[in-house]
Design a binder for this molecule. Structure first.
Ligand code: ZN
Length: 474
């Protein structure tokens, strides 16, 4: 077998891992994740270039979770000739039905905006390509096959697979893939484990990532491989401080949040704090049709949530006045929020402030000192969210420089990703060191630090930082 890391190698987005080899006497090839590159200057070029392999030659695809940096190129893969099954969990399929059509819609909107600017002579260079439309999305969704956590299934003879709960977002999975490498009897197998994105054990919404006892080859994420999150208690205290202070001073709070996961986690935390009487009753606007849909889906899949979260959901249903949720659907309603000068909490996508309705809210709220922005998730290099975190004095939105006078707060404890301690805790679940470990899905410093820590604390020797597009025998 060999693995080629075609994305998320030395960076955080674009997860795409190609596994190929002879399995039970047959040449086999499968892909784990097929994500969009996001943020940074060259993301567009990377998304637009042809696949590094013939999509029609894949036997199947494994999808660890629905986030677009893992799933967002799937419709393009199918349109380019892949016609086999895409294996994932049932909740991930439901999320894909929300996320992929939205991704197609955003691409179309970007293209049209660029065309309008070009017509006015205000666009230089190539227009952004629409990677796929709604038709391609529907065709791709029809190829999805689902299996619950813990069930073993056989995608092709000689390969057995199983999903474990990764605790990252609804439906997120660690994929354990047993590959029969030759035809001796009994067949010798190698276990490939792909962590996908691993959840934060302290996350109030999802359970901690499930431990896996053995692997011959481990591919692990390292988003926060060099950092420790603040504790959940610190995070709660900070949220009380920022929200309480801002509301007392007549300001608004804008929370750019990923529609999937972060939005629901923020709501849960706010509801808990109101319940504990640490915050007054709140008016919260969810200004993202997608976040609204995912919030409803989360309630539907409530059995998959952490027990406390299930209990909080029931409490909120009995006390809707404690957290008055207004689900903003149309654009006019969204624009009406611009008139609110204080007292509102606005949760809106996108989480890295790279598009979506949150941009309007930032334009309206950033210039005023009494307002606050709360950053809740990872912000990739080159994104507006990252600039806010790094205390930029102005940010460029809709072609204008917007002064940043509002206070900006980062709540690290709300991350959907395990921190270094969480990653180590999960790694300690292996009874023995995997024969080979590949550290992916991190900025170079984060991946390198995690690799070092694996040497130092676990004594693991075969830890590699793979380069993009290089084939590694395994
Ligand atoms: Zn993710």
């Amino acid at each position: 077998m060999q693995i080629r890391f075609l994305g998320a190698a030395g960076e955080v987005t674009g997860s795409q891992h190609l596994c190929e080899g002879t399995v039970a006497g047959e040449a086999r090839r499968f892909l784990v994740d097929c994500g969009l590159f996001q943020g940074g200057r060259d993301a567009r070029e990377k998304n637009e270039r042809p696949f590094a392999f013939d999509p029609a030659s894949l036997d199947f695809v494994v999808l660890t979770h629905a986030h677009l940096d893992h799933s967002g190129l799937l419709p393009r893969l199918c349109a380019a000739g892949f016609s086999g099954p895409i294996y994932t969990t049932p909740a991930t399929r439901e999320l894909l039905k929300i996320l992929l059509p939205d991704s197609a819609h955003l691409q179309q909107a970007d293209r049209e905006r660029a065309e309008r600017r070009q017509a006015k002579g205000r666009w230089r260079g190539e227009l952004p390509e629409v990677l796929y439309g709604q038709e391609e999305v529907q065709a791709c969704l029809a190829q999805v096959r689902t299996f619950d956590y813990g069930l073993t299934f056989q995608p092709v003879p000689g390969i057995l697979m199983r999903f474990h709960d990764a605790g990252h977002i609804l439906g997120s999975a660690i994929a354990a893939i047993d590959v029969a490498v030759d035809q001796v009897s009994p067949p010798k197998t190698r276990r490939l484990v792909f962590s996908g994105d691993l959840g934060h054990a302290g996350c109030p919404l999802t359970p901690p990532p499930e431990l896996v006892a053995s692997a011959d080859v481990l591919v692990i994420e390292s988003t926060y491989g060099d950092r420790l999150h603040k504790t959940m208690d610190q995070t709660r205290d900070e949220l009380v401080e920022v929200v309480g202070h801002t509301l007392r001073h007549g300001g608004n709070i804008v929370i750019p949040a990923f529609a999937v996961g972060r939005t629901q986690e923020v709501l849960l935390l706010l509801a808990q704090l109101v319940r504990e009487k640490r915050l007054p009753h709140l008016n919260v606007f969810i200004d993202s049709p997608m976040a609204t849909a995912v919030t409803q889906l989360t309630a539907h899949f409530r059995d998959a949530l952490e027990e406390d979260a299930q209990e909080m959901l029931a409490w909120h249903e009995a006390h809707p006045e404690a957290l008055r949720l207004k689900l903003v659907s149309d654009v006019e309603e969204s624009k009406a929020l611009n008139q609110i000068r204080g007292g509102a909490i606005i949760v809106s996508a996108s989480g890295m402030c790279e598009g979506g309705r949150v941009l309007h809210h930032l334009v309206n709220n950033l210039p005023y000192r009494q307002n606050a922005v709360i950053i809740t998730g990872f912000q990739a290099h080159g994104t507006t969210g990252r600039m806010l975190v790094e205390k930029a004095r102005t940010v460029r939105l809709f072609g204008q420089e917007v002064p940043v006078n509002a206070s900006v707060h980062t709540l690290g404890g709300l991350s959907a990703h395990a921190d270094q301690g969480g990653l180590l805790a999960w790694l300690k679940g292996f009874a023995a060191a995997p024969g080979q470990v590949f550290v992916v899905h991190g900025e170079p410093e984060a991946s390198a630090r995690l690799a070092e820590v694996m040497h130092e604390r676990l004594g693991w020797k075969h830890v590699a930082l793979p380069e993009r597009d290089v084939a590694y025998p395994c």
